[in-house]
Design a protein around this ligand. Structure first.
Ligand code: ATP
Ligand code: MG
Length: 226
């Protein structure tokens, strides 16, 4: 797999992106149900993946994996985390995404490389983050579920559960800006569509489905030549 080239494949890769609490997990599940009801074969997946490096990333995000040092423990270096995300992504592509695309499935991924550019790019040079992700396969369609910071925070609070490393509101503000920069950068190579996530769940799904149907209505093969 050469960097940034789309391999020949008959399936479609659709990625949902957004701030923590934007609703990407909710929408991946709802889109999958809607598309299956229309007869599509759908694989839902996520990054960090359920592979070995993905498991480590989840441990780092929840503070269960730390860096020991003379003064006690500290979080992993941002560079380490960025490299782990990139490594998990290549595993994820190989183990799950590419086989499903080759089998002609619609793959719905909860996050991918745009998340790395936005989250890791918030504390590291985005160009470096892009470089270490050179093997990431561009999505056929990326849906950026946009919500105001406050809405995302409210939803996270309502959902409950432990706050992860990236959840603090100030950080979310920075990441939101970084997403804009990431969309500008990545948008040159892949089709990124903004979805208004500050609507009832059903309306967000309907807007996502409009975009997905546009994509699936196109003849396969375009991906191989772009
Ligand atoms: N459009 C919506 N309106 C109101 N509540 C919503 C909407 N979409 C999702 N929610 C609720 O907000 C919470 C967060 O949604 P979800 O888990 O899908 O977000 P997420 O983007 O996957 O978050 P994370 O990035 O942290 O995994 C959930 O409790 C969900 O039910
Ligand atoms: Mg989620």
């Amino acid at each position: 797999m050469s960097p940034a080239r789309k391999p020949a494949r008959s399936g479609r890769l659709i990625v949902l992106e957004g701030l923590d609490g934007a609703g990407t997990t909710t929408q991946v599940e709802r889109l999958a149900s809607a598309l299956r009801a229309e007869g599509h074969s759908v694989l839902t997946t996520r990054e960090p993946s359920d592979g070995p490096v993905g498991v480590l990333i989840r441990q780092a995000l929840t503070g269960r994996m730390v860096l020991p040092g003379p003064g006690g423990t500290q979080p992993l270096a941002p560079e380490t985390l960025a490299l782990m995300y990139a490594a998990d992504r290549t595993d994820h592509l190989r183990a799950k995404v590419l086989p499903a695309l080759e089998a002609g499935q619609v793959v719905l991924s909860d996050r991918s490389v745009l998340s790395s550019l936005a989250y890791q790019g918030a504390s590291l040079p985005m160009e470096w983050v892009e470089t270490i992700n050179a093997h990431a396969v561009p999505a056929d369609l990326t849906l950026y579920v946009g919500v105001p910071i406050e809405v995302a925070a409210r939803r996270r609070a309502a959902r409950g559960g432990p706050e992860e490393l990236f959840d603090a509101e100030e950080k979310q503000r920075r990441i939101s800006k970084q997403y804009e920069a990431a969309i500008r950068l990545r948008g040159k190579r892949e089709h990124v569509v903004r979805i208004d996530g500050d609507q009832p769940v059903e309306a967000v799904t309907a807007d996502c489905l409009t975009q997905v149907r546009k994509l699936l209505g196109r003849k396969p093969g375009r991906a191989a030549v772009r």
